[in-house]
Design a protein around this ligand. Structure first.
Ligand code: ADP
Ligand code: MG
Ligand code: MG
Length: 892
């Protein structure tokens, strides 16, 4: 079958849905070609060819002939041959994977130029300077990316040439200077790579293709993929595209644009343009760009055409697009488009705007946003009212409020952040080598470059705060300092950057809650400002999600205050009330008494003292959650957690002994601590085991719940308590507890004269419970999957230890892409969940099923729980909006 496989597609053959095969860039170049937009002709080598190469170390044998055939076709269309001496066809060889990895992989422009054809290009264009400039760019890019020469060497040579001529920009070098530079560059290549720069155009092209394949596996590409959770085996496609030239004089240029503002979502003209420049000059911030709107004055015809094309693209893709274009002597060419990255706020705004424009429906709008973006919008912002010294203002490239110590290189950013410091990475501009530092930093600040600069694009992708192009700031990386007017900021000085306004402040600026949180809290005031517009969009999207979702969303909350907040955030009940918190603080002494009790009387006394306190907790909670279910988990953690630390206590006893002071109680306590000490407390005396070993403990808790419910009912309330037994491994455990609990409930019902209808159920958090779910369902009216413990016990990972010890290595080795404590392991833990759901429902069709634990608020896990057929997820109050949104997205 490999033999019949097609490895090369002409731009006229592909379309936007072939991203797997042609990569995003190739698929969209084909789509634009077929839309009739001006795209320079070319062809795409598939990701399949790349995979063969990466697996075997060699290109598939059929590839060479296929490339030859497509090249011949291209040469015919263009009426010139690759590298032909008197009239050369030049091409770019461009990487392009399924998911965009900006600047991570290689692209080489001007392939086909050589000592012979450079003269042909000069003749063809009538511009000798241009020809030599293109040739020096080829040797520079090819030398660096294909032949592995240190790019700095070329930069230095270029700087020297400029200095020798006493000019500052490359456009001031003339043909003669550039010709000399080409000589210099070729020498650098020869001495660094050990071979001459290849003069054969086809060899140039083949080597460049291979190097693009190889660039899939550079360290920085791997790091980026891990960060963005892009699978490592997709490979990249390679686009061979005939060159158009933006460096042919003032009526030429190159630019990037967005169909809407990627930071706010507002419609308008957003982008950067650079006259007389080629390709990457714009993004690299080599010279300062002008705003795209300026193009109207420079070249009205091209500007109008570009606006028209942008509208065509938006209507066609039904989304914000970003584009790369080049103008060659007044002729506009489209070089790239894709659905553009955007900030979280813009994602919500754009989704609702597109609904209003009739381009997408509500279900599609839900797919245009996600829980991670919503979570980001819930971060605090800087306090507008706070006094702070403004250092300067740049472009608001990626929102958020970041505070940290100034660092001026990636290495220091990583080093300092490892030792727990918060840092702001400050650079003149960033490049792909800064990736580590950008990941480590709280925020990124650059003094050059626009919304489409490397820093801006990458930061937005990572959801990291970024201010770029703050031109009043002089960044001196060598001396590790930045100056703003007469202010000098040294490495280590604290700065605050506002990615929503672009402002840069000296020192630490206080932060205030986000308007989205204010809205959820019901504290958002009306008024027509930018924040309201965002809140309006969030409100609408949340309404869509609530309308379509099947999963209910509950909160993990232990007290009335959290419960009320959860309710405001849209919680439909409490999925997990942990009672252990109710045993801490001043009640600790009573718990100690309970644990230390030698006989029943003593124990009973301790329990009776705890009962009214527990009851009061529940009354408040049931009142806060009136009308909604509240699942109360009986005491779970190992007992020793309620006793003093063994070392502290030993010291106390020893001191008292030495001082001949009375220490009877301490001694007794110490003995108890020793008695209860376990090697593996998480696998020890906890959960239902405690209830079975300490007589009266669980019945006291059940009584408190029942009496609280009865009291609420008598007060005309609507308490809906559910009693949950933790850490059950076999139905026998549950049956014993159940019998005792039912007796207590019956007593309370008789005494109070109200019918309580308390549900009794269990957590499924041990593999054995999941495996015997059919039996357990006989005694349980509901299951709540405790996926934290279940993950811990299924994998045999100690949650408290592994994240710090070997998880980093596991992530680096790709054993998992994300910690199974963060996103549910679908194949292992998830399989147990699915099987237990089926087995439980087979026994008891109306079994209520939920999940509590961190996974309940994790977007990917929520989708899994939806598919597994659970009734609800439960998560911390702050994650509730995220869970609601993702439950909606899963159902839409
Ligand atoms: P990246 O994926 O890093 O954006 P690209 O393949 O898009 O890399 O190319 C880098 C730069 O070169 C872009 O600015 C692009 O517009 C420009 N470029 C690529 N191919 C051509 C071409 N055939 N003619 C002119 N410019 C090109
Ligand atoms: Mg590009
Ligand atoms: Mg547990």
């Amino acid at each position: 079958e490999i033999k019949d496989q097609k490895f090369v597609y002409d731009f006229t053959e592909g379309n936007k849905d072939l991203k797997d095969l042609l990569g995003g860039k190739g698929a969209n170049l084909a789509e634009m070609t077929n839309l009739g937009l001006p795209v320079p002709p070319g062809f795409t080598i598939t990701t399949e060819a790349c995979k063969v190469y990466l697996d075997s170390g060699e290109e598939p044998p059929a590839l060479r002939d296929e490339v030859s055939a497509h090249l011949a076709g291209l040469e015919q269309t263009m009426g010139k041959k690759l590298g032909q001496a008197d009239n050369p066809l030049l091409v770019s060889v461009r990487s392009g994977a399924k998911f965009s990895m900006p600047g991570m992989m290689d692209t080489v422009l001007n392939i086909g130029l050589s000592d012979d054809s450079v003269a042909g290009l000069a003749k063809q264009s009538g511009d000798e300077r241009f020809a030599w400039d293109s040739y020096r760019r080829l040797i520079q890019m090819f030398g660096k990316t294909v032949m592995g020469v240190d790019g700095e060497l070329f930069e230095e040579a270029l700087d020297e040439a400029k200095e020798a001529k006493k000019v500052t920009v490359d456009t001031d070098l003339d043909a003669g200077d550039l010709q000399k530079l080409v000589k210099r560059f070729k020498k650098i290549v020869k001495s660094e790579a050990g071979r001459e720069f290849p003069q054969d155009p086809r060899e140039q092209m083949d080597l460049a293709i291979r190097s693009v394949f190889d660039s899939w596996n550079t360290e920085r590409a791997k790091l980026y993929r891990r960060q963005e959770r892009i699978p490592g085996d997709l490979g990249t496609a390679v686009n061979v595209c005939s060159m158009v030239f933006g460096n042919l004089g003032p009526d030429s240029g190159t630019g990037v644009a967005f169909t809407r503002d990627p930071a706010s979502g507002h419609q308008g003209v957003y982008g950067d343009y650079l006259q007389n420049a080629q390709g990457e000059d714009v993004v690299a911030g080599i010279r300062n760009t002008v705003a795209l709107a300026e193009l109207e004055n420079i070249d009205k015809k091209s500007y109008d055409q570009l606006m028209q094309i942008m509208e065509t693209l938006e209507t066609h893709y039904k989304d914000l697009c970003d584009i790369e274009f080049t103008i060659e002597r007044g002729q506009l060419w489209m070089l790239q488009t894709r659905v553009g990255k955007r900030t979280a706020g813009a994602a919500f705004r754009i989704a609702t705007q597109l609904v209003d424009q009739g381009l997408i429906d509500e279900a599609e709008a839900l797919q245009r946003v996600n829980g991670a973006q919503l979570a980001q919008l819930m971060f605090p912002r800087f306090d507008d009212g706070a006094k702070a010294e403004l250092l300067g203002r740049g472009i608001a490239a990626s929102p958020g409020a970041a505070v940290g110590k100034a660092v001026f290189d990636s290495y220091t950013a990583v080093k300092w952040s490892r030792s727990g410091e918060k840092v702001i990475l400050i650079r003149r501009e960033t490049n792909p080598d800064d990736l580590d530092g950008m990941i480590a930093a709280e925020g990124i600040l650059t003094s050059r470059g626009g919304k489409t600069s490397h820093a801006a694009v990458v930061a937005r992708g990572m959801g990291k705060t970024c201010v770029c192009g703050a031109e009043e700031l002089q960044v001196d990386t060598k001396r590790r300092r930045m100056t703003a007017g007469d202010r000098v900021i040294e490495e280590g000085d604290v700065v605050s950057i506002d990615g929503s306004s672009g402002k840069v402040y000296l020192g630490e600026v206080p932060v205030v809650p986000s308007p989205v949180v204010e809205y959820f809290e019901g504290r958002m005031h009306a008024g027509a400002d930018d924040a309201d517009e965002l809140v309006g969009a969030v409100h609408r999207i949340m309404a869509y999600a609530d309308r379509v979702r099947r999963l209910r969303v509950r909160a993990n909350a232990d007290n009335a205050e959290d419960a009320l907040r959860a309710r405001r955030f849209g919680a439909q009940g409490i999925g997990l009330c942990r009672t252990e918190h109710m045993f801490l603080g001043e009640r600790r002494e009573m718990v100690e008494k309970l644990i230390l009790a030698d006989h029943d009387d003593e124990r009973q006394e301790a329990l009776e003292a705890l009962l009214p306190l527990q009851k009061q907790d529940f009354i408040e909670l049931f009142e806060a959650m009136d009308g909604l279910p509240v699942t109360v988990r009986l005491l779970d953690p190992p007992l020793h957690e309620f006793l003093p630390d063994i070392t502290d206590l030993s010291v106390r006893v020893a001191l008292a002994e030495a001082r001949h002071e009375p220490h009877e109680n301490e001694l007794r306590l110490l003995q108890a601590v020793h008695r209860l000490h376990e090697q593996n407390p998480m696998l020890g005396l906890r959960g239902v085991r405690l209830g079975l070993v300490i007589p009266g403990l669980f019945t006291m808790q059940v009584r408190a719940i029942a009496e609280a419910a009865a009291e609420r009912k008598n007060a005309k309330g609507d308490p809906r308590a559910e009693i949950m037994i933790p850490l059950v491994g076999t139905v026998q455990e549950l049956e014993i507890v159940r019998e005792e609990a039912e007796a207590v409930i019956a007593e309370v019902e008789a005494a109070s004269g109200v019918e309580l209808k308390l549900a009794l159920g269990t957590m499924i958090e041990l593999p054995r419970a999941a495996l015997t779910a059919d039996q357990i369902a006989e005694a349980a009216e509901f299951f709540s999957f405790g996926t934290n413990d279940l993950t811990q016990t299924v994998w045999g990972f100690s949650r408290d230890d592994v994240e710090a010890s070997f998880f980093t290595a596991y992530l680096e080795k790709g054993i998992f892409g994300v910690s199974p404590f963060e996103t549910i392991d679908k194949d292992g833990v998830g399989k147990l969940v699915r099987d237990a759901v089926a087995a439980g429902r087979a026994t008891r069709p109306d079994l209520k099923l939920g999940v509590c634990g961190e996974h309940g608020g994790d977007p990917e896990s929520v989708h899994f729980f939806h598919e597994a057929g659970l009734d609800y997820v439960s998560c911390s109050p702050f994650r509730i909006p995220v869970a609601r949104l993702e439950a909606g997205r899963a159902a839409a």
